[in-house]
Design a protein around this ligand. Structure first.
Ligand SMILES: [Zn+2]
Length: 305
């Protein structure tokens, strides 16, 4: 009985929050291979100073590939600490902070840093503004500070910069849709039930791939970089402004994500998405992951020049 209850709670709260590990690793592989020597050295040394470096490098191949594997591992760290008992959920009422461990400036999970809920009001439903703590605020803070940050804070902030930059390239990390039947918003599509998949957010999270091994991430990274270059040209301007990244996500949400009407689906009666919709998701997700990789390299090369 206890197990059943626990399972029911788990299912009810089984929300998706980010590109899956494959999406992050693919974008990170693209970015790492575009770093200048100088930026790469700085990035490598900051990650080597992170208190969880040993865990990231444990299964990594030997040098010179080790640092690249560490960069890919660091990109999913902000998701991994959601289930890491050393950290606590600071967004819970009456949260009990866990003891501060050596090297960490904070033990909070910061689960609200992964997204910004820019409201998409569609049928006259009143909308709520984004919460004060959000991905855009954190991205702008880290981008401003990281260049001159002391080693300890820089080492802590860098995995967040990598991860959040990638997260906001998933359009459903940039919005919450408000409809009359869902006045509190849909939490970036987490409360829109679709088939195939669990919910709209999860479908988009896994759209760039599901195999998170370094080998496959690197292969897909090479494929989608080539696709992107072919479509956009090698010298297309790469935006380094997180506000632009988020506003693109908002536009995509309106024009390409919520194209199935006002329906929000039900758990036992989900919206059946067409084959066409699914192939559009796949195509757009690949472009977004490619852009995330190019832009991440651009901001790191710029900050560490
Ligand atoms: Zn995330």
């Amino acid at each position: 009985m206890a197990i059943k209850c626990a399972l029911a709670v788990l299912l009810l709260t089984n929300q998706a929050w980010a590109w899956n590990a494959a999406g992050h690793r693919i974008a990170s592989a693209i970015a790492y291979d575009l770093l200048t020597d100088k930026a790469r050295k700085r990035v490598d040394s900051l990650l080597a100073a992170h208190p969880d470096y040993a865990a990231w490098s444990r299964d990594a191949p030997a040098d010179p590939r080790r640092a690249r594997a560490v960069f890919l591992a660091a990109s999913v760290w902000p998701d991994e600490i959601r289930s890491d008992k050393r950290f606590y959920d600071d967004t819970r009422e009456n949260a009990h902070p866990t003891p501060l461990l050596t090297g960490f400036p904070s033990m909070a999970r910061h689960v609200n840093w992964h997204y910004i809920d820019v409201p998409v009001p569609v049928d006259g439903a009143p909308a709520q503004p984004p919460a004060h703590d959000n991905a855009l605020v954190e991205l702008r803070r880290i981008l401003k500070e990281i260049k001159n940050q002391d080693e300890k804070i820089g080492a802590y902030d860098l995995p967040w910069l990598i991860h959040l930059e990638e997260d906001v390239h998933q359009p459903l990390h940039c919005v919450s849709r408000f409809v009359q039947s869902q006045p509190k918003g849909d939490a970036g599509g987490n409360n829109v039930y679709v088939t195939p998949g669990r919910n709209l957010h999860a479908l988009w999270d896994s759209a760039a791939g599901t195999d998170s091994t370094d080998a496959l991430a690197s292969r897909v990274a090479a494929e989608i970089s080539a696709e992107f270059m072919e479509q956009n040209g090698r010298h297309s301007r790469v935006s380094k402004d997180p506000r632009k990244w988020v506003s693109e996500g908002f536009q995509l949400a309106i024009h390409d994500v919520y194209t199935f009407g006002l329906d929000t689906g039900l758990r036992d009666h989900p919206i059946a998405l067409t084959e066409r919709y699914q192939s559009d998701v796949h195509r757009i997700a690949r472009t977004r992951v490619a852009l995330a990789g190019f832009r991440l390299a651009a901001v790191l090369n710029d900050r560490f020049k």
